[in-house]
Ligand binder design. Structure first.
Ligand code: CU
Length: 466
C-alpha cells in the first residue's frame, strides 16, 4: 500500500491500528484504501472529524471507529470480513467471525449527506454480503445476497456506494448465511451525525450492540444452530466484568445507543436516572412524542438511543433486566437446592470428585464469592467485585460512572465512587424493637390486631406524632 497512515487516517488517536496488508480483488489494488485492524478489545479514543461538518464522535464500548480516507468527494472505508479471536472478558476468548480483527466490527461514523464508498473484502471460508440496517440506500446497495447482489465469494472484494440521506443510529451485518454469520459475531455499529452540528448535540455518545453466543465451558467456538439456549449474553461481545464502564462527567448531556442482534428482547435498565428514547433505527423521536422511562425494551433487530443530563454522581448499574442475562456460562440444568442441607451428600461426592463444592442451599450468592475450579476458557457464572464485596453478576451488566471534574472526552475508568459520608445504606446496630418480633398466633383476633397496629405506631418514634 502506498497510502501512509498519516495521510490516510481521517482522525486522531488511532494508536493501535495496523495495516492489514495486501488485498486482492476486482478493484485495482492501488485504489483500495488500507484496511486497519484492531488487536485489542479495549475501548479506543473517539475519532474527531478533521474536515467537513463538526460533530461529537461516539465511543464504542470495548471497540473502535473505522478510520476512512477522502477520495474525490467520497469517504472511503475498507471492511474485511474474517475469522477473529475475541476476548469476552479476561480469562475467556471466543473464536468468532468479525471485521478488521474484532467482533463486533469497527463502528462506522459519517455525516448526513456524505457520499460513502465502502470496500468489503471477504476472508471467510464462505461467501458473505453486508446489509446496512436502517439506511436509505439504492436497492442494489442493500446487501441481500441473491436478492439485490451476487454473494461476495471468499477472496473477493465488493464495493458499496451510497449517499447518507439522514442522520441517526444504524448497524451493519451480513445478509448471507445469516443464522451462522450472526451467531459467529458478524455485526457492527453505524452512526450518521447530523449535518447541523447543533442538532441533537450531546457531550458523550456511547454505542454498543447486544449479541448472544452458545459456547460450552472449555470450548472456543459458538454452536451456531442454537435458537434459544444461549449461555453468553454480551454488550459488544463482552461480558461483565469485561465490559467498559460508561464514564460520564457530571453535568454532561449523555446519549447511549444500543442495537439488538440476539434472538430475544432485552429490557435495558439504568439506575439513578429517568430518561427518554430520542432515536431509533427509524430516526429521531420528536420531543413531543417522548415519554419517561427507566428501562428500555430493545426488540430483536431494533435500535434505541436514550439521553440524560448527568446530574447525579455515583456508580449506577446499567444492565439487562432479564436476570438470566446477567449471568455467564454454566449449564442451564442447575437444580434449586434452596433449603437442602447438602453436607452429607457433599462428603460422599468428594470421594469421587475432590473439588466438589455444594452450593445454593441458601440461594446462590455463595457462587459470586467463591473461586470455583473451572474448565479452561470459561468464566464464573456470577462474578465481579465492587468496593463493598462481590457483585454476583455476569453477562449484560456494567456501570455508569458519573463524576465531577473529569476532562472533556476523558473516558478513563475513574475507579469506584467515593460516597459522601452518611450516604451509604448501613447496618442497624441499635436495640431490636417489639414491632419486628413475629406476632403470636393468638394475636389474630380483631382486638389484638388493633393493638398491634397501635404498638407498631408507637415504636416507630417520629411517625406516632403525625
Ligand atoms: Cu437481556
Amino acid at each position: 500500500m502506498t497510502v501512509s497512515r498519516r495521510t490516510f487516517l481521517g482522525a486522531t488517536g488511532a494508536a493501535a491500528l495496523i495495516g492489514a496488508g495486501t488485498v486482492s480483488g476486482r478493484a485495482q489494488a492501488a485504489s483500495i484504501p488500507e484496511a486497519p485492524t484492531m488487536k485489542e478489545a479495549a475501548m479506543q479514543p473517539p475519532l474527531f472529524p478533521n474536515g467537513g461538518p463538526d460533530y461529537q464522535p461516539v465511543v464504542t464500548l470495548n471497540g473502535w471507529t473505522l478510520p476512512w480516507r477522502m477520495n474525490g468527494g467520497w469517504k472511503e472505508f475498507h471492511l474485511v470480513a474474517e475469522p477473529v479471536v475475541r476476548e469476552l472478558a479476561p480469562g475467556m476468548v471466543a473464536h468468532l467471525w468479525g471485521y478488521n480483527g474484532q467482533s463486533p466490527g469497527p463502528t462506522i461514523e459519517a455525516v448526513e449527506g456524505d457520499k460513502l464508498r465502502i470496500f468489503v473484502t471477504n476472508k471467510l471460508p464462505e461467501h458473505t454480503t453486508i446489509h446496512w440496517h436502517g439506511q436509505l440506500v439504492p436497492n442494489g446497495m442493500d446487501g441481500v445476497g441473491g436478492l439485490t447482489q451476487p454473494h461476495i465469494e471468499p477472496g473477493k472484494t465488493f464495493v458499496y456506494e451510497f449517499q447518507l440521506k439522514k442522520s441517526g443510529t444504524f448497524m451493519y451485518h451480513p445478509h448471507a448465511d445469516e443464522m451462522v454469520q450472526m451467531a459467529m459475531g458478524m455485526m457492527g455499529f453505524f452512526v450518521v451525525h447530523p449535518k447541523d452540528p447543533s442538532f441533537m448535540r450531546v457531550d458523550r455518545d456511547f454505542v454498543f450492540l447486544l449479541s448472544a453466543y452458545d459456547i460450552d465451558p472449555g470450548s472456543y467456538v459458538p454452536r451456531v444452530a442454537e435458537m434459544t439456549e444461549f449461555n453468553l449474553w454480551t454488550f459488544n461481545t463482552r461480558v461483565f466484568p469485561g465490559i467498559d464502564p460508561f464514564v460520564v462527567r457530571k453535568g454532561d448531556r449523555a446519549r447511549i445507543r444500543v442495537g439488538n442482534l440476539t434472538m430475544t428482547n432485552h429490557p435495558i435498565h439504568m439506575h439513578g436516572y429517568d430518561f427518554a428514547v430520542t432515536c431509533t433505527d427509524g430516526g429521531w423521536v420528536p420531543e413531543s412524542a417522548r415519554w419517561p422511562e427507566v428501562s428500555i425494551d430493545v426488540p430483536v433487530g431494533a435500535m434505541r438511543a436514550f439521553e440524560f443530563d448527568a446530574i447525579y454522581e455515583g456508580d449506577w448499574a446499567l444492565h439487562c433486566h432479564k436476570s438470566h442475562h446477567t449471568m455467564n456460562a454454566m449449564g442451564h440444568d442447575i437444580s434449586n437446592f434452596i433449603g437442602v442441607d447438602k453436607k452429607d451428600v457433599a462428603k460422599k461426592i468428594r470421594q469421587l470428585v475432590p473439588d466438589y463444592m455444594p452450593m445454593g442451599s441458601a440461594g446462590m450468592a455463595d457462587m459470586g464469592a467463591m473461586e470455583m475450579p473451572l474448565p479452561d476458557n470459561t468464566l464464573p457464572m456470577m462474578t465481579g467485585f465492587g468496593q463493598y464485596g462481590p457483585m454476583e453478576m455476569g453477562g449484560m451488566f456494567t456501570v455508569v460512572k458519573v463524576r465531577e471534574g473529569l476532562a472533556a472526552n476523558d473516558y478513563k475508568d475513574p475507579g469506584w465512587f467515593k460516597h459522601p459520608s452518611g450516604t451509604v445504606a448501613y447496618e442497624w446496630n441499635g436495640e431490636r424493637k417489639a414491632a419486628i418480633r413475629a406476632p403470636s398466633p393468638a394475636a389474630e383476633s380483631g382486638k389484638t390486631a388493633q393493638l398491634r397496629v397501635t404498638r407498631r405506631k408507637s415504636s416507630t418514634g417520629g411517625h406516632s406524632n403525625h
